[in-house]
Design a protein around this ligand. Structure first.
Ligand code: ST9
Ligand code: ZN
Ligand code: ZN
Length: 305
């Protein structure tokens, strides 16, 4: 027997009218209201608490960019067990779905960009690709085509399996409990300030920065590598998402560990991966050669820098 979600999906097949998931709408609205309220707490918070919130933000971002994105979705480099554990633990701080689900959706996004099989299809507008896709049941093409993708490498990684199995409890701990308790226990910040600044505000900002890669970086910017695809080079997204805004490059060469032509420039995620290699915790960085990039620019680029 199909469940209600399957029936809704089947009944609306081919249309854009997927059923709204009100639980997500309410929770995301509350999160964002909480984040706006948190701004008023900043002047009274201890400087160390603000620093801690920023450190949590950086860990969150790295776990997504160096972890779920460049390592697990694209396999653009290899990581040894301690690094994979670090990235999986901090990935629970990011609370953006477990690594398996995130990577599978992201692979579908690359393969079927701007079609109904793209979970956050930017062809459906800024709001849908930014957050709206989390408010409705997925289009059935996402699931049908997603099920045909090879995700055996993800399932073969015990770290990915473990994080998926204990995802809920790890999110409660890493996204909410640990960020809140550290400032309270260590330097006597109030629990209220700690919770709203290091958990709620940090989480809401990191979600929006990530979502901008799906929305803004699929709509605004140049296309020097491939003018025939939607993803674009977006400097503002690059700054916020520590090196993930070179999105025209990334969709053209998704296997490049730097996700950009410019190596270390504007790319703290690349600094981090290089540092991990220096420590011996990462290996096998894949990179596109300059002649390949130039040939591709000349063939399909829009002529911009
Ligand atoms: C969040 C994710 O925010 C953000 C991802 C952003 C990606 C950005 C990419 C940019 C790249 C660059 C990185 C930049 C980084 C910058 C960093 C800065 C910090 N294939 O899901 P269900 C199956 S999450 C194959 O319930 P519904 C699934 O297995 C925020 N199969 O779908 C299941 O099968 P079964 C917090 C798939 O019912 C069945 O389908 N989280 C696929 O339509 C049903 O799955 C939330 O808000 C696939 N691709 O519900 C929760 N997908 O039944 C969000 C699914 O056999 N999620 N399946 O087990 C939900 O509530 C729901 O998923 C839903 C859809 C309502 C959205
Ligand atoms: Zn994209
Ligand atoms: Zn990608």
């Amino acid at each position: 027997m199909p469940g209600p979600a399957e029936e809704a999906r089947a009944g609306l097949a081919g249309s854009q009218g997927q059923r709204i998931v009100w639980r997500n709408v309410v929770l995301m609205s509350l999160l964002h209201l909480g984040a706006v309220y948190s701004l008023a707490l900043i002047p009274d918070a201890q400087p160390l608490t603000l620093l801690w919130a920023y450190i949590c933000f950086l860990l969150t971002v790295l776990s997504v960019t160096a972890g779920a994105h460049r390592l697990w979705s694209h396999r653009s480099y290899k990581a040894k067990l301690p690094l994979r554990i670090f990235l999986a633990v901090t990935n629970s701080m990011a609370f953006q779905n477990d690594i398996f689900e995130w990577s599978r959706d992201h692979r579908v996004h690359h393969k079927y960009s701007e079609t109904d099989a793209d979970p956050h299809n930017a062809g459906r507008g800024f709001f849908f690709s930014h957050v709206g896709w989390l408010f409705v049941r997925k289009h059935r093409d996402v699931i049908e085509k997603g099920r045909k993708l090879d995700v055996t490498d993800l399932l073969a990684d015990p770290v990915v399996r473990f994080q998926r199995k204990y995802y809920k409890v790890s999110v409660v701990l890493m996204c909410f409990v640990v960020p809140t308790l550290v400032p309270w226990y260590t330097w006597g910040e109030s629990l209220w300030n700690s919770y709203f600044l290091a958990s709620i505000l940090r989480y809401a900002v990191s979600l929006n920065v990530t979502w901008l890669v799906n929305s803004a970086a699929h709509m605004y910017g140049n296309r020097p590598y491939d003018r025939n695809i939607s993803p674009r080079q977006n400097p503002l997204v690059t700054l916020g998402a520590i090196g993930e805004g070179f999105h025209n490059y990334h969709h053209t060469f998704p296997f490049d560990y730097s996700a950009s032509e410019f190596g270390l420039n504007f790319n703290p995620t690349t600094w981090f991966i290089d540092f991990m290699c220096w420590l011996g915790l990462a290996t096998d960085r894949k990179q596109v050669t300059k002649p390949m990039i130039e040939a591709r620019k000349a063939r399909t680029g829009d002529g911009s820098a």
